[in-house]
Design a protein around this ligand. Structure first.
Ligand code: FAQ
Length: 315
């Protein structure tokens, strides 16, 4: 088959909802797009452990601490499934991690904001994990097989994360005046950055058209963002709190909530590395990588020794 025929057969497969697997032929740009998205997703999970990790030692009770610890460990697991899925596309884990450390690869803007109070653990679970699920449910049907399969498990765990976040806020919302204020303050600070997680407006989204054709993405950034606003605008009623948007209003005709304009200047500023915690996050990741060198070396020495033993036995 020539290139044109290969490309046609590839697109036909996608149109028939047949998954693309690692050893299948694929256009170079499809491989690259998946490497870009999956690795950035993996980095987001790993960097995303940092803002919550900040509160593990300060959780208000043993039970809260155990739950938060389990949640943060889940995020590490998500990163690992995703790095593995990415490796099936022919890039090493080391390369993807180097790209994070050099600033070449992005990670979600949301993790560049600080976690100032315990209520932030609730707001992250409810809003950040909530936005993540809204975006990621469609990825359980993404066209690249290893990514789709990793996402099934990730989404199940993210649902638990969202519930635990909501429960933290629900408890605070029924507490003292100070706890209620803390709850509202966290919602105020995390609301707009959560909306930014869905990416730029459709008209500004450079990757969307091609990713939709390849069924890597199945819903647009704006469509998912709107679904998220509709969901949260309902859920917040149970907390008796408000969202920090004077333009948030049910639109009967559209069957959706209208909402205010996102501060896109802030979004791009954070994406470009100038958010409140970008430097701190990257430094923490680099330090962890350097301090883990001995573990990687020991694991490799053990694997080499085992392989040599097997070779001697076979000889
Ligand atoms: N932050 O053309 P588009 C989580 C970049 S995981 C930074 O629309 P695309 C779990 C984008 O990469 C959260 N950069 O791009 C958790 C592109 O630049 P590039 C992460 C952003 O790929 C919870 C450029 O802007 N989730 O939260 C952002 O079609 C709690 C143009 O954008 C995923 O990664 C942003 N917010 O759509 C963990 C899901 N938005 O790469 C711990 C998978 C856009 O060309 C605690 N990813 N950019 O240089 C996706 O679904 C997509 O990649 C989008 C962006 C929707 C993020």
């Amino acid at each position: 088959m020539n290139l044109e025929q290969l490309e046609k057969a590839f697109q036909d497969k996608i149109d028939q909802e047949i998954k693309i697997e690692p050893k299948d032929w694929m256009p170079e740009a499809y491989r690259k797009t998946n490497i870009r998205q999956i690795s950035q997703h993996a980095h987001s999970e790993i960097v995303g452990m940092l803002p919550e990790g900040n509160w593990i030692s300060r959780a208000p009770s043993l039970k809260r601490k155990a739950i938060l610890l389990a949640k943060v460990q889940d995020e590490a697991g998500h990163g690992l499934y995703l790095y593995s899925a990415c490796e099936t596309l022919g890039i090493s884990r080391e390369e993807t991690i180097n790209d994070l450390h050099s600033g070449k690869a992005k990670y979600s803007s949301i993790f560049n904001y600080p976690t100032l109070t315990w209520a932030d653990m609730g707001a992250i679970g409810w809003l950040v994990d909530g936005a993540a699920i809204m975006n990621q449910v469609m990825l359980t049907r993404t066209s690249y097989g290893p990514y789709a399969r990793a996402m099934v498990r990730i989404c199940k765990e993210e649902s638990f994360h969202q519930r635990q976040g909501f429960e933290i806020l629900l408890t605070l919302s029924k507490g003292t005046a100070e706890q209620k204020a803390m709850c509202q303050d966290a919602i105020n600070r995390w609301w707009w950055p959560s909306l930014m997680m869905f990416g730029p407006k459709d008209t500004e989204s450079t990757n969307s058209d091609q990713s939709m054709k390849w069924k890597i993405k199945r819903k647009s950034n704006d469509e998912l963002r709107q679904n998220f606003v509709d969901m949260i605008a309902q859920q917040i009623k149970f907390l008796d709190m408000t969202l920090p948007d004077p333009n948030l209003k049910w639109n009967e005709e559209k069957g959706h909530y209208d909402f205010g304009e996102i501060n896109w200047e802030e979004f791009w500023n954070v994406v470009k590395g100038n958010g409140p915690c970008n430097k701190q996050r990257l430094e923490a990741r680099k330090k962890a990588w350097d301090e883990g060198a001995w573990v990687r070396e020991a694991a490799k020495a053990h694997a080499d020794k085992k392989a040599n033993l097997e070779k001697t036995k076979a000889a």
